[in-house]
Ligand binder design. Structure first.
Ligand SMILES: [Fe+2]
Ligand SMILES: [Fe+2]
Length: 303
C-alpha cells in the first residue's frame, strides 16, 4: 500500500487518537515550574560559574543534550509534515504536537538559566550548531515514520525522567517529570497509530521496524560532541543500551506490536522479522556485557 492510501486509511484512527490526547492532556505553564527566587542569588548575565550549582557532570550534560534536542523542533515539524502530510487529523495533530514540544524547550531553558545550572553562552552556541546541522535520521515513508517516532518519544520520555530523578533539586525534578509526562502521551499516540497501521499493512510495518531499529539514533545525535555526552549519560544510568533494549525495544516491538505473533506477512517481511528478532537478541547480549564491564570498572574504582 502506498503512503497516500495508508494515511487515508488511518485518518479516522488518527482523529480518534487526537481526540483522546486532547481529552487527556492538562494545560500547564512553563513559568509556574521555574524557581524564579533563585535569580536573586546571582545575575544570569555574570560569567558562568560551574561551582555555583554543583551537580554530576552527567546530569548537567544530560540536561543540555535534552534541551538541545528539544530545540531542533523546526526540523521535526518539517519532517513530520513531509511524512504524514497536512490532510485530515494528521495536520491538526502535528500542529498540536509542535505547540506542546515548544513548551519543553521553554521550561528547560528558563530553569537552566535561572538556576545557573549550565553555561548560557555554551548553550546558545550549542543550539546554533545543532539547528544549523538539522536532522538526518533516514526515514523513508510513513510506516518508518510511525515506528521511529513511537520509539523516539518513549526514549525521550525515559531520558527526561531519569535525568530528573538524578537532580537534587525538587524544581528541576518537577520540570523534567512534567516534560516526560508529555512525551509519554506523544508516545501513546504514535504507538497506537502504528498498531492500527499493523492491521492495515503488517508487511510494510515489519520492514519499517527492521530498518528503524537497525538505523536508530536519538534525535540529538547531531549535537556537537554527542558521543562523549552519550557515554556519560549511559554510565550514569540515564540512558544506555540496556534501557534501550529492556524499556523500549522489547515493550514496544515485542509486546505492544506483537512482532512474533503477526500473521499474513510477505516473504520479504518474514525475512525482516527473523533478522529483527536476531538483532534484538544481539542488542541484549551487547547491553549485558556493557553493563558487566561498567560494574567491573565501578567495583575496581571503589576498591
Ligand atoms: Fe519534547
Ligand atoms: Fe514528544
Amino acid at each position: 500500500m502506498n503512503d497516500i492510501d495508508l494515511l487515508h486509511e488511518l485518518a479516522p484512527e488518527a482523529e480518534r487518537l487526537l481526540e483522546r490526547h486532547l481529552a487527556a492532556s492538562k494545560e500547564w505553564f512553563p513559568h509556574q515550574l521555574v524557581p524564579w527566587d533563585e535569580v536573586i542569588k546571582r545575575d544570569p548575565r555574570d560569567e558562568w560559574d560551574p561551582d555555583f550549582r554543583p551537580m554530576p557532570d552527567a546530569v548537567r550534560r544530560a540536561l543540555v543534550v535534552n534541551l538541545l534536542t528539544e530545540d531542533n523542533l523546526p526540523y521535526y515539524t518539517t519532517e513530520i509534515t513531509r511524512l504524514f502530510g497536512v490532510d485530515h487529523a494528521w495536520g491538526a495533530w502535528n500542529r498540536r504536537w509542535t505547540a506542546e514540544e515548544g513548551r519543553h524547550a521553554i521550561v528547560i531553558r528558563d530553569y537552566l538559566t535561572v538556576t545557573g545550572s549550565c553555561d548560557p553562552i555554551a548553550l546558545e552556541r550549542g543550539r546554533m550548531q545543532h539547528a544549523e546541522y538539522g536532522f538526518h535520521q533516514p526515514i523513508t515513508g510513513s510506516a518508518d515514520g510511525f515506528v521511529y517516532v513511537a520509539l523516539q518519544e518513549l526514549a525521550t520520555r525515559i531520558s527526561h525522567r531519569n535525568t530528573g530523578k538524578l537532580m537534587e533539586d525538587k524544581a528541576g525534578y518537577d520540570v523534567m517529570a512534567r516534560v516526560a509526562a508529555d512525551e509519554n502521551m506523544h508516545y501513546l499516540f504514535y504507538k497506537d497509530v502504528a498498531t492500527a497501521a499493523l492491521a492495515v499493512d503488517p508487511s510494510a510495518m515489519v520492514l519499517a521496524m527492521e530498518r528503524q531499529v537497525r538505523s536508530f539514533s536519538m534525535p540529538g545525535a547531531g549535537i556537537d560532541d554527542f558521543s562523549s555526552a552519550a557515554k556519560l549519560i549511559a554510565d550514569a544510568g540515564i540512558y544506555d543500551l540496556g534501557i534501550h533494549h529492556d524499556h523500549i525495544l522489547v515493550p514496544v516491538i515485542m509486546r505492544a506490536w506483537q512482532l512474533e505473533a503477526l500473521e499474513g506477512l510477505s516473504p520479504e517481511a518474514e525475512e525482516a522479522r527473523v533478522r529483527l528478532v536476531k538483532r534484538l537478541g544481539r542488542i541484549d547480549k551487547v547491553a549485558k556485557s556493557q553493563a558487566a564491564r561498567r560494574q567491573e570498572r565501578e567495583s575496581r574504582s571503589g576498591d
